[in-house]
Design a protein around this ligand. Structure first.
Ligand SMILES: [Zn+2]
Ligand SMILES: [Zn+2]
Length: 190
């Protein structure tokens, strides 16, 4: 199963004039397993719905649409999995991939680059498109809840679910100094 959109099918209908192509596709989470790296920060947790219009504009293609799904993330504090809803509208401009020779050259980075993507071999990589939208939807700090209490640094107990018998992790720094002196004295005596 490939996640490519063949640009050559654009305008096949009705000969002559190129009409916008309306795309409406669904992908199962399993279809992303191969394309998403093991160390990706998210898992696709529900079918992905992609709707978009592809408009040919000379050499370029303007693509506007929306991607919706649910992603599973790991909480940064308690490490439990949790889900977020994704409903991302996007507007992208696809231009032909620059020739290999030009790749090493410095390119001026304009604001526009955020929404510029490349196509090659007459197809749009929908897998990449959706991956980029997912990454944009990820929170800066993934938390299962703003009030997540995290884990005990000593025994790993999840404080959202239970408590543990470990001492509070904060000790008075002045006490710590005394503790240090005490152990030194004990060492001298022995
Ligand atoms: Zn959490
Ligand atoms: Zn503990």
């Amino acid at each position: 199963m490939t996640m490519q959109f063949d640009l050559r099918q654009l305008g096949r209908q009705k000969g002559g004039s190129l009409r916008d192509e309306h795309v409406d596709r669904s992908f199962q989470p399993s279809e992303f397993e191969a394309s998403i790296g093991q160390d990706e920060e998210y898992k696709v947790a529900a079918p992905v719905h992609l709707v978009m219009d592809v408009h040919k504009d000379g050499e370029a293609y303007r693509v506007t649409g929306r991607v919706t799904t649910r992603l599973q993330l790991e909480c940064g504090r308690c490490l439990d999995p949790f889900e977020i809803a994704v409903d991302n509208p996007f507007e992208l401009r696809y231009v032909p991939e620059p020739a290999a020779a030009a790749e090493g050259e410095e390119r001026e980075v304009s604001e526009d680059d955020l929404t510029t993507a490349y196509y090659k071999e007459d197809s749009l990589d929908l897998g990449e498109l959706m991956h980029e939208q997912f990454v944009l939807a990820l929170p800066m700090k993934p938390l299962c809840s703003e009030r997540c209490k995290g884990l005990c640094v000593h025994c790993g107990t999840n404080f959202n679910k239970e408590t543990c018998a470990c001492a509070p992790s904060w000790t008075d720094p002045r006490l710590a100094v005394l503790e240090g002196l005490k152990t030194k004295l004990i060492k001298k005596e022995t």
